[in-house]
Write a protein that binds this ligand. Structure first.
Ligand SMILES: Cc1cc2nc3c(=O)[nH]c(=O)nc-3n(C[C@H](O)[C@H](O)[C@H](O)COP(=O)(O)O)c2cc1C
Length: 203
């Protein structure tokens, strides 16, 4: 049973949401048992029906970068509508951070750089998986993996053009902090004319 109280005060002096996010993320990396880098990514399909799934944040700069298959469902949805949202919930520290903003594909060289840090097996998996397409059986994927692996023995595994990085550049970031008696604290930053403006919200 986790007895973390987390009745901290939200950082009232924070003026940059990415900096504040990085501070919270460092705390999460110390205290969250599994996948502190996991975030829910919401997109919409062609009928504006929402869709959500987890992805891992791999880089944080002026946005949040994740990697996936551009032909997957999420990739197709982003191609139709670049507006997306991300949500982190770190249960162990009882904090949530939400991001909204447009998503764009990162440069090919940036994706290459990250792809080459991946273990060989993960690179092969990324190549072989026709992510989000239907699969006859689990065996089919295992066979395809094995046959590709054998065909590539001794050869370099390079990034296929369908395995890419995307960056969500936030225009809105909201921090939520658990507090006693449900007096949870919410602070929202909105980008207005290139500057971050901040306001508080009822929980
Ligand atoms: C903790 C966690 C992390 C994940 N990270 C990624 C990721 O970084 N990239 C990815 O493509 N899928 C990731 N997945 C799988 C996705 O949630 C999803 O099943 C897959 O990308 C297909 O989604 P789509 O059909 O909506 O495109 C992750 C799943 C979990 C549970």
């Amino acid at each position: 049973m986790n007895n973390y109280q987390g009745f901290n005060k939200i950082e009232l002096s924070a003026s940059d949401p990415i900096d504040l996010f990085c501070n919270w993320f460092e705390e999460a990396k110390l205290k969250e048992i599994n996948d502190p880098d996991a975030m829910a990514l919401a997109t919409v399909d062609r009928n504006n029906a929402p869709n959500i799934r987890m992805v891992l944040v791999k880089k944080i700069d002026h946005g949040l970068v994740f990697f996936t298959n551009k032909d997957s469902q999420k990739g197709s949805e982003i191609a139709l509508n670049k507006n997306a949202a991300l949500c982190f919930h770190w249960k162990s520290i009882r904090k949530q951070v939400r991001f909204r903003g447009p998503v764009s594909m990162i440069k090919a060289e940036e994706s290459d750089e990250y792809f080459h840090t991946r273990p060989r097996g993960s690179r092969i998996g990324a190549i072989v998986s026709k992510q989000s397409s239907t699969l006859k059986s689990q065996q089919q994927f295992a066979d395809e993996y094995k046959s590709f692996e054998e065909s590539m023995q001794g050869k370099e595994i390079i990034r296929p053009d369908y395995w890419v990085g995307y960056r969500l550049e936030p225009v809105e970031v909201e921090f939520w902090l658990n507090s006693e008696f449900r007096l949870h604290q919410r602070m929202r930053f909105s980008k207005i004319n290139k500057n971050w403006e901040r306001e508080f919200l009822y929980p």
